[in-house]
Design a protein around this ligand. Structure first.
Ligand SMILES: NC(=O)c1ccc[n+]([C@@H]2O[C@H](COP(=O)([O-])OP(=O)(O)OC[C@H]3O[C@@H](n4cnc5c(N)ncnc54)[C@H](OP(=O)(O)O)[C@@H]3O)[C@@H](O)[C@H]2O)c1
Length: 311
């Protein structure tokens, strides 16, 4: 099957590796020339430049005969909405492309659609457009936190998240929002890609939400598991940021980036990053029987044993 991917960033790398491993052909859409992303110069992967207007996208979908379009676009501005509207329009007008996965990959958005709020502002209009039509099959993929941020940079394609992820290896900081006792769903980025590769060719109808989780745990538990792998990180470097402190930043900060970080951090507090277990298990049975989802310890161990491999 030919699968188009919008965005040539980190998740696109995992997805193109896993899709081609499963025998799919991949078309990567990007605003830049293919020469800028030589790591995609691999058998089964084609890179195509687009300006993300509907005519440009439609031509690519029709020329390549892509049957599924997966978006991995990361943008927290209104341009995310325009680009996704155009992706949907192009699919609807295309001859073959009748399945679409928008760029979501967050927590339990069925029950907490507004978390995180900067996400909601750009994602909600796209969810609504998809719900109002019945020509294009689609699903909102929920995966909790991608846990690869606990790995050395050589073991992941994901770039450093900085303080956006509570365990910030690059800056050797651990800043836990809230108490650190909220239970969260974690998933390895490659396991998300493996699941998507299975999902795109599943003959079964897609649900409104697809739930994918490797393991659940709290940030306090995650820190305890991670610390032995990084002797230079000290327990006394762990700080907690209260909800009140974060809400104060949201209300009073003049800096958009600081506010987005506070929103990110707040989304770790409460139940919104925990996926409903019965739905995770139902989707495993329905689609992902053949996929091995790794837990936290397994991922850490694989990285330790393969220091130069993106696990
Ligand atoms: N749950 C989690 O823990 C977690 C972690 C990481 C990512 N994610 C989510 O996964 C998705 C993919 O993330 P990623 O890490 O692969 O992101 P990334 O590495 O930052 O790549 C995003 C891509 O988006 C494209 N892009 C950005 N702005 C655009 C615009 N205005 N128009 C068109 N294209 C634009 C860029 O592609 P080109 O430059 O090639 O055009 C870029 O390569 C996002 O939804 C992100 O929020 C979730």
């Amino acid at each position: 099957m030919i699968v188009a991917i919008a965005g040539s960033g980190d998740m696109a790398r995992y997805a193109s590796e896993e899709l081609t491993r499963d025998g799919h052909d991949v078309v990567i859409l990007s605003r830049s020339n293919s020469s800028q992303k030589p790591h995609f110069n691999l058998p089964g992967i084609q890179q195509v430049k687009t300006d993300y207007t509907t005519p440009s996208l439609l031509q690519i979908l029709n020329d390549t005969k892509a049957r599924v379009l997966i978006s991995f676009i990361t943008d927290y501005t209104a341009s995310f909405i325009t680009v996704h509207e155009n992706l949907i329009d192009a699919c609807l007008c295309s001859v073959h492309c009748k399945r679409f996965i928008p760029s979501e990959y967050a927590g339990n958005i069925a029950e907490f659609p507004e978390s995180p709020s900067f996400y909601y502002r750009t994602r909600q209009p796209i969810r609504q457009i998809l719900r109002r039509q019945d020509q294009l099959e689609w699903t909102l993929v929920c995966c909790g936190w991608l846990m690869d941020y606990i790995l050395p940079s050589k073991n992941r394609h994901l770039k450093d998240a900085g303080p956006g992820f509570p365990i910030d290896l690059a800056n050797q900081n651990i800043i836990i929002p809230g108490t650190g006792d909220d239970v969260i769903s974690f998933l390895a980025a490659r396991d998300l890609a493996r699941a998507l590769s299975v999902l795109v060719s599943s003959p079964l109808a897609w649900g409104e939400y697809t739930y994918i989780c490797g393991e659940t745990g709290t940030f306090n538990e995650l820190v305890e598991m991670v610390l032995p792998y990084y002797p230079h990180l000290q327990c006394d470097e762990i700080t907690y940021k209260s909800v009140e402190e974060l809400e104060m930043i949201l209300q009073s900060s003049q800096h958009e980036e600081e506010k987005i970080l506070a929103e990110y951090q707040l989304s770790n507090v409460g139940p919104s990053l925990l996926l409903p277990e019965e739905k995770v298990q139902a989707d495993r049975r329905r689609y992902f029987g053949g996929v091995m989802f790794r837990g936290i310890a397994e991922l850490l161990g694989q990285a330790r044993d393969n220091p130069n491999v993106v696990v």
